[in-house]
Design a protein around this ligand. Structure first.
Ligand code: 5AD
Ligand code: SF4
Length: 467
């Protein structure tokens, strides 16, 4: 580990000083009273928003029912594809009009987009109605930043040059009482040629196993049934800590807490070890689901993407999982129309999808991101052809999903009941261990519990069942 990679746990004094800012904020005359957080993007962002909400609660603020009514509206942004970014900026701009009517309103922008090179300057220049902007590395400083913006009524921007920090023990307002996110590592070292994440989230930093286990134990005490361990590439958990705990070892420790269900996201195929496959096969608390983004079925494209595995080695790993743990459902991410993708390359992807038979797949049209290597590549694909390809891929995946669902009919699945239908009060919904939604007739006391449900039918995206 060289000096640049050194992980700095944010010192206790810094976090204490943030708590002081929170207290001082409460004393401000005419301070903002209510907040609304708009979240874009992945689970990591959703979890960051839970931390942001926790801190705002700690500052004596309360959630507003609608953003138009809030005193502080914070946009936690995503920049993974161009449309995610445009959507966020469009919504921020829309608030400008609302702010004209309610001049005391404060507008904030945070998250990955702010961390993009040049974005903080652009926000200052082109979005003068934005009051607070901060990057993913400054989340823990929200009390201070908002205090300064509210007190001075001047604009406050904070973006770290390098991200090498981990903040423990931030307050968290969790969205669900029985399913929780737990971050195990931040950042990514992989530099897939299309991806902006390593630039905006920095290098890999693993939390210590002790900190993670402590968090899970506390969640278990609160009655949480299912946790989702989060990281850009969970399979390289611990690689940045000399003599560190490996990911399968961490899984063992986490499930030893007695928490009923453990999921994790995302696994990079290149780092999927035999040790992990064995743990999936043996450990009943691990959910029967593995998200294994393949991105493309063509070796030429995989190489241009810098994915560091081949179609063959990917399929070999799939084979191993199927053999060791046949009940594990696989899902994936696929990018179509990467620069230079030929018809042949695309057919290789279609073929791989047919061969694996995923439960479901997230499919994306390639979107160039400034600063990444792929953005400089020649061979851009015509948008009409890209659309045609993604439509064919989606249709194929729908067939595969139907095939998988059909296999499940007649089986009895453990379902974590997550909610009640708004339209029909007798209808409830939940998730199988394999992460598939099931609708069934139930009662309100089942919410938050794991119950056996017999699968009776399948629709396009969900299963139907009977208690
Ligand atoms: N264009 C399209 N899709 C992308 N993804 C990441 N970067 C891009 C991009 N530039 C997709 C990948 C990744 C998922 C989270 O988003 O499939 O696995
Ligand atoms: Fe992006 Fe690749 Fe890292 Fe995933 S593994 S976050 S796709 S660079």
């Amino acid at each position: 580990m060289n000096k640049r990679d050194e992980i700095i746990h944010i010192p206790e004094e810094e976090l204490l000083s943030q708590r002081q800012f929170a207290e001082e904020f409460k004393q401000l005359p005419e301070r903002p009273q209510t907040y609304f957080i708009v979240t874009y993007g992945c689970q990591m962002n959703a979890h960051d928003s839970e931390k942001l909400a926790g801190m705002l609660d700690g500052m004596g603020m309360t959630p507003a029912p609608r953003k138009e009514e809030a005193d502080f509206v914070l946009h936690n942004t995503c920049c993974i594809r161009d449309n995610a970014e445009r959507k966020a900026l469009g919504n921020v701009t829309w608030l400008k009009e609302v702010k004209k009517e309610r001049p005391h309103m404060l507008i904030g922008v945070c998250g990955c987009m702010v961390q993009e090179p040049g974005m903080a300057e652009k926000l200052l220049r082109q979005y003068p109605f934005v009051d607070v902007a901060f990057g993913t590395g400054n989340i823990h400083q929200l009390p201070e930043l908002l205090y300064r913006a509210a007190e001075t009524r001047r604009r406050v921007v904070a973006v770290p040059e390098e991200q090498s920090t981990i903040a423990e023990d931030l307050p968290i307002r969790r969205e669900s009482l029985f399913q929780s996110y737990v971050t195990i590592m931040y950042g990514c070292n992989n530099f897939c040629s299309y991806c902006i994440v390593p630039y905006v989230r920095g290098r890999e930093r693993s939390r210590t196993a002790d900190d993670i286990v402590r968090e899970v134990e506390a969640l278990k005490k609160q009655g949480v049934q299912e946790i989702m361990l989060l990281g850009q590439n969970v399979n390289s958990y611990g690689n940045d800590v000399p003599g560190g705990v490996t990911f399968p070892q961490l899984l063992r420790r986490v499930t030893e807490t007695g928490i009923p269900r453990v999921r994790f996201m995302t696994s990079h195929p290149k780092d999927l070890s035999d040790e992990l496959i064995a743990e999936m096969a043996e450990n009943p608390a691990l959910c029967r689901h593995l998200h294994l983004p393949v991105q493309s079925g063509s070796n030429a494209i995989l190489q241009a993407m810098n994915r560091k595995y081949t179609r063959e080695s990917y399929l070999e790993k799939v084979e191993k999982i199927r053999k060791a743990a046949p009940d594990v459902g696989l899902t994936t991410d696929i990018i179509v129309a990467f620069p230079g993708e030929t018809d042949r390359d695309f057919e290789d992807t279609m073929d791989l999808v047919r061969q694996v038979g995923y439960d479901s797949a997230f499919t994306f049209i390639y979107s160039p991101r400034v600063g990444t290597r792929a953005a400089e590549m020649s061979g851009r694909i015509d948008p009409a052809l890209a659309t045609e390809r993604i439509e064919r891929l989606i249709a194929l995946q729908e067939e595969m999903t139907q095939m998988r669902f059909a296999e499940m009919i007649g089986r009895t699945e453990s379902v974590l009941v997550t909610g009640q239908s708004k339209r029909d009060e007798s209808q409830f919904t939940g998730k199988t261990s394999r992460n598939i939604s099931v609708n069934f007739e139930g009662s309100a006391d089942m919410i938050g519990r794991i119950v056996p449900v017999k699968i009776t039918a399948a629709s396009k995206t969900t299963l139907k069942g009977k208690i």
